[in-house]
Design a protein around this ligand. Structure first.
Ligand SMILES: [Fe+2]
Ligand SMILES: [Fe+2]
Length: 403
């Protein structure tokens, strides 16, 4: 296998040198080049291909944003990352659409290594070629809902509080009532009735509430003109159940709060790519759904034939553009084929792949059918086979509480 090729661009020599030094242990894994200006970087890219470009933001002459725009144009398969300590919001926002990842300086070598390895995975997604063409056909991907962005900004403010977060969400009446209705459903298993947002944030944590704001916003942005055979309500119900199953599995596996949150987020957003496909080409998606109706053709296969990509890849791509962490992107990207991940550790991918299957199985009409663990087509790892029965009864209990 050829080594990934990474190009670092920074006008400050000492920073470039320290990156070079700190990544020296990885020289057998990656081919690395270091350039002190955007112009020189582009010149080198005329003759050499790079898998990843990691650029500083503020540079004299051509800055990081301009460089990444050029890279996007000339080498769309290259993953574009900004590594910068420059905190000017306007410039950062300008690069958001152009950079796949934004990393702030100073960045420890290990963090950089993880980010670049993640970027390599993203490149695999983009590289499926067809997705690249598909994405380039899209004039604009769904934007992050405004309320979600306001929450992100608020959370960066050190004066943010339960009160201020609750107040921001509270300004949107429809959003507030959707959240309260959802958190009071049996899925969340809360011991008390929650009647205000501050209380909801306190009980469920900001990550969960933030994910609800994002997903409710995304679902409500989808126009009503969805194709025959596609039910937004069913997808919403499936996503919320899957997220609660994921969280329950993470809890029974005694995972920490962060992992539980990641599992919840990944479960909630695992099929977000369907929203992308259905919004962009509703008629084509309608044809796809008609084709898979008989059950003999897998949705993924039909999607790939129609769009050149799948809802998993489209969703992962969107979340990577929005800066979600790798573990969540992986879970979304591979939830129908988790064998792609070699790591045997518990991860959001493990939870999502299983929870997604359980939900389809539990909701399926044929209730008399006996469930067998070896039927799961996408069992992530042999290590978890022994746990599947316990996980399934757990999800079944969560499910039965709701119905
Ligand atoms: Fe899916
Ligand atoms: Fe699903």
């Amino acid at each position: 296998m050829t080594k990934p090729r990474i190009l670092f661009v920074d006008d400050e020599r000492n920073i470039l040198d320290s990156v070079r030094l700190s990544l020296r242990p990885l020289r057998n894994e990656w081919d690395m080049a270091f350039m002190p200006s955007a112009v020189e970087a582009l010149k080198l890219m005329e003759t050499e291909f790079f898998d990843v470009v990691v650029s500083d933001m503020r540079m004299p002459g051509m800055d990081g944003a301009q460089l990444l725009a050029e890279v996007a144009e000339r080498s769309p398969e290259t993953v574009r990352m900004i590594l910068s300590g420059y905190s000017d919001q306007a410039s950062v926002m300008r690069t958001v659409k152009l950079a796949h990842r934004y990393i702030s300086k100073p960045c420890p070598a290990e963090e950089l290594r993880i980010a670049i390895s993640g970027a390599m995975r993203l490149r695999e997604i983009i590289r499926s070629g067809a997705l690249k063409r598909f994405v380039s056909r899209i004039e604009s991907l769904p934007p992050l809902p405004l309320l979600y962005q306001r929450l992100m900004n608020e959370l960066q403010d050190e004066n943010s509080s339960l009160q201020s977060i609750g107040d921001i969400i509270g300004q949107d009446m429809a959003m507030s009532s959707s959240i309260l209705r959802l958190v009071n459903s049996a899925f969340f298993g809360l011991p008390v009735h929650v009647s205000n947002l501050q209380h909801a944030v306190k009980l469920l944590g900001i990550e969960t509430i933030r994910t609800l704001v994002l997903s409710i916003g995304l679902f409500s942005d989808v126009g009503k003109a969805t194709p025959v055979g596609f039910s937004l309500e069913q997808l919403w119900a499936h996503s919320t159940r899957t997220s609660c199953f994921c969280k329950a599995i993470a809890e029974v596996e005694r995972q920490d709060t962060r992992m539980r949150d990641d599992c919840f987020i990944a479960g909630m957003l695992h099929d977000v790519g369907k929203l992308v496909l259905v919004t962009i080409m509703p008629e084509v998606y309608g044809e796809v759904l008609t084709r898979v109706q008989g059950g003999s053709l897998h949705l993924h296969v039909a999607e790939r034939e129609a769009f050149g990509t799948t809802h998993s890849e489209a969703g992962a791509y969107l979340l990577s553009l929005w800066g979600f962490k790798d573990a969540i992107i992986d879970a979304v990207c591979w939830h129908h084929s988790p064998e792609h991940i070699s790591c045997a550790e518990f991860s959001p991918l493990v939870a999502v792949a299983v929870a997604d299957y359980f939900d389809h199985d539990l909701v399926s009409i044929n209730k008399d059918r006996k469930w067998r663990s070896n039927e799961i087509p996408n069992t992530p790892k042999d290590d978890y086979v022994a746990r599947l029965h316990e996980w399934r009864s757990l999800c079944q209990n969560v499910f039965l509480e709701e119905v």
